[in-house]
Design a protein around this ligand. Sequence first.
Ligand SMILES: [Zn+2]
Length: 353
Amino acid sequence: MGSHFFDGATPKRHDIEPDIGPEGIAFETERGALAWRHEDLIRLWDYRPQEHLAFTHRRHQDSRLIIEEAWAVEAIGRQAPQLLERGRERWRHTGIAAGLSLGVLTLIAGLYFFVPPVTDRLARAMPWSFEAVDRPELDKLALMIGKRCAAEEPNRILRGLVEDLLKTAAFPHPITVDVTSSKMVNALTFAGGRIVLLRGLIDKARSPNELAAVIGHEIGHVVHRDHTERWMRENALSAASVLLFGFDGTNTIGQTVFETGLSLSYSRGSEQDADRYALRLLNRLDLDPAGGAEFFERMRGKGDLSGLLPGYLSTHPDSDGRAVFFREQGTGTKQALSPEDWLILKRICDKTD
Ligand SMILES: [Zn+2]
């Protein structure tokens, strides 16, 4: 009888005389002296008889330290009471966990509120060359959203419309607008001033001004450098999440929170800015803004669930408010294209690359 130790490598029982101090338990075996710190001890609560204390070590979990003498148990109770009271140990862990979660929540909230305004300013200060480079992920995405619609006459008309809008925008870098054959109703802006309209959007648009409003909105995203902003925001957030949760690339709850909350769309502020920008372009060209308003009204309640990419509504929330905004703030009266040209433009996907 008496305190003893198993090293986990051999079945040999080492009888020991524990020396219990404020830092840990020291003991001698035939093979040498060991000192286990209290914080490294894991109590084996199911060990019987229960008046004996059984421990293993955090880093040597095959080993066993059994304390049997009443004086030694008492000494441990004085030096490291958490090893004797199960409730107390649990409470301590719950307390730490609660504190940690609160800290993490505060940080997440902080990132949501404080990172976007900072990255927004940073993005607008970045030189254009930063985003006007080839990015391989763009090619991958382009394949996903269909072939480029290449019918010549319709493309000429589209270019004319885009040029009118761009002249008004006076943005010093090139912006391209292409249509791809995807049936989804959406418009996307990529790095380097690349705007892609999906065919579904052209099909659903009922007037050239609806199209002009959407293109104006996407030009707004380019001019405001929203693509770069989102990229920075996501990278700031993933950098922070690696710090917080210690993951890299593996899917965890924390990461999912970041990705679903922030990745799919631009920030609400960016969307409103892009709308204001589009309306300014329409007003300067004296284009009737009802087109924009009607498009957003019709899109209301129609998500596009058919494709891999989220539909216009999920990436552009609050269609109601946007329709009102265009109707109330618009001053123009004209149509962006003649009815004939509009009909021709609609056939832009008759030929694809
Ligand atoms: Zn947008």
